[in-house]
Write a protein that binds this ligand. Structure first.
Ligand SMILES: Cc1cc2nc3c(=O)[nH]c(=O)nc-3n(C[C@H](O)[C@H](O)[C@H](O)COP(=O)(O)OP(=O)(O)OC[C@H]3O[C@@H](n4cnc5c(N)ncnc54)[C@H](O)[C@@H]3O)c2cc1C
Length: 417
């Protein structure tokens, strides 16, 4: 650190912190960005399968809606930097973008498909702004000073700042530097914290036979329930793993389910997979009957594959519907036909747990939104303190929404701190 005093200290050099520091310094504020890791932006590099799904091309309302009830908090930040503005910002910084539509429409990636280009563009902007970057320098303490301002403790000494922006992210992927430090800082300043829980997280399933399907990816509708009550529903790819389920549809459905399980411990949580969401269950039964009439000597599992992958069809017939592997279509009883159709349209898998923060893409929970002014991101508890990014109680689905929240809140905070 070159000085002992700064106008602004930004704690955490991720998506939100990089933009906050760049903008604060561009306004002429003497700005220090503290980053725990040897390099800033580690999550940017690992995101989107190293392609970085930078944002989503939806308009402001669409972004807000993706975040559910808390999303309204983002309106003023998006007013400063919406997804179109993010794309312009990266384009102007030498990182043009493109839009990809899959199950989630409007995903924005760098045209080069390289997350490193996203980070390089940010680092060039940071350097041009004149902000000072102190890497490998975690903030270990944050104290308000009598008379205003803050003291920030680091292993390299104590710095003073008029304003502090906390952009340390959440508690997911702690090996990437995000160990929940922000909650400690916020609590110390009198903020309430919504219990941080893993979100966008793979789920552990109780049925042991599911492990035989590991490595298989299939499109499905994932419905989650707790005690029979519907918690969420997502369409998209489902990935079978050695512990249970992952893939975008399951990750998206996981966030609400993890919180619901936490609120109702011991109550049965279920993921129900519908492998043919375009068909009625009765229609699947009819399909099986027609298949039996056309070629009764065929194995039941072969009547399902295609459309389903062979391995899945076999497991659904044998393990879920409990119909012998060798059973021919003509020998299928009405009750067995019903069970097979049920397995295809609503495979019930009991959730035994989740893979925790170690494998959660984001954290749900965090600094309570009511205690932060959405127009400035200033703390309502402590003058001069700001929060931006995932440390806030905001988490969105897969599709570029979480980065968008980090860019816009970081940008807004850097514009006022
Ligand atoms: C594997 C993976 C893939 C993802 N892919 C996508 C995607 O494609 N699109 C998308 O929108 N979102 C994605 N996300 C989510 C996205 O990465 C986060 O929501 C986003 O990075 C949050 O930004 P942030 O700036 O708030 O926090 P972070 O990016 O997590 O940055 C926080 C920074 O603060 C630093 N820090 C922590 N504590 C301290 C301290 N005490 N002192 C100093 N520094 C500290 C950390 O080292 C880190 O660099 C993904 C997440 C993961 C884990």
């Amino acid at each position: 650190m070159q000085r002992e005093r700064y106008d602004v200290v930004v704690i955490g050099g991720g998506a939100a912190g990089l933009l906050a520091a760049t903008r604060a310094a561009s306004r002429g504020r003497r700005t220090l960005l503290l980053e725990k890791n040897a390099r800033p932006g580690v999550k940017i590099l690992m995101s989107g399968g190293t392609r970085c799904n930078i944002t989503n091309a939806r308009d402001r309302r669409g972004i807000v809606e993706a975040f559910g009830p808390g999303g309204r908090f983002l309106f003023p930040s998006l007013g400063e930097l919406d997804s179109e503005a993010v794309r312009r910002l990266f384009h102007d910084a030498g990182c043009p973008t493109k839009v990809e539509d899959d199950v989630v429409p409007g995903k924005v990636f760098p045209a080069s498909d390289r997350a490193t280009d996203v980070l390089d563009a940010l680092l060039r902007g940071l350097e041009r702004s004149g902000a000072e970057l102190a890497a490998a320098t975690p903030a270990s303490g944050l104290e308000p000073l009598t008379g205003g301002g803050f003291a920030v403790d680091t292993p390299r000494g104590r710095v003073r700042a008029e304003a502090v922006v906390v952009t340390v992210g959440g508690a997911s992927y702690p090996r990437a530097g995000t160990a929940g430090d922000g909650y400690r800082f916020a609590a110390r300043m009198g903020h309430a914290i919504v219990e941080p829980l893993p979100a966008l997280v793979p789920l552990v399933v109780a049925e042991p036979w599911i492990r035989e399907l590991r490595g298989l990816a299939v499109d499905a509708r994932a419905r989650t329930t707790i005690g029979g009550r519907r918690v969420g529903e997502r369409d998209g790819a489902v990935l079978f793993t050695h512990f249970g389920l992952s893939g975008p549809a399951v990750l998206d459905a996981s966030s609400a389910l993890v919180r619901a399980r936490r609120a109702s411990p011991g109550v049965e949580a279920v993921v129900e997979l519908d492998f043919l969401p375009g068909e009625e269950e009765a229609r699947v039964e009819v399909m099986l009957r027609e298949a039996a009439q056309a070629a009764g000597g065929r194995l039941v599992k072969n009547a399902l594959a295609p459309p389903l992958p062979e391995r899945l069809a076999g497991a659904l017939v044998r393990d879920a519907a409990r119909v012998e592997d060798s059973r021919r279509l003509a020998a299928l009883s009405k009750e067995e036909r019903r069970r097979v159709a049920r397995a295809v349209k609503g495979l019930r898998l009991r959730v035994a747990g989740d893979r925790g923060f170690a494998q959660a893409e984001v954290t749900s929970g965090g600094v309570v939104l009511d205690e932060v002014d959405p127009r400035t991101l200033a703390s309502k508890k402590q003058a001069g303190l700001y929060f931006a990014g995932e440390v806030l109680d905001l988490d969105g689905p897969i599709g570029g929404f979480n980065f968008q929240a980090a860019w816009s809140t970081g940008w807004l905070a850097g514009g006022v701190a």
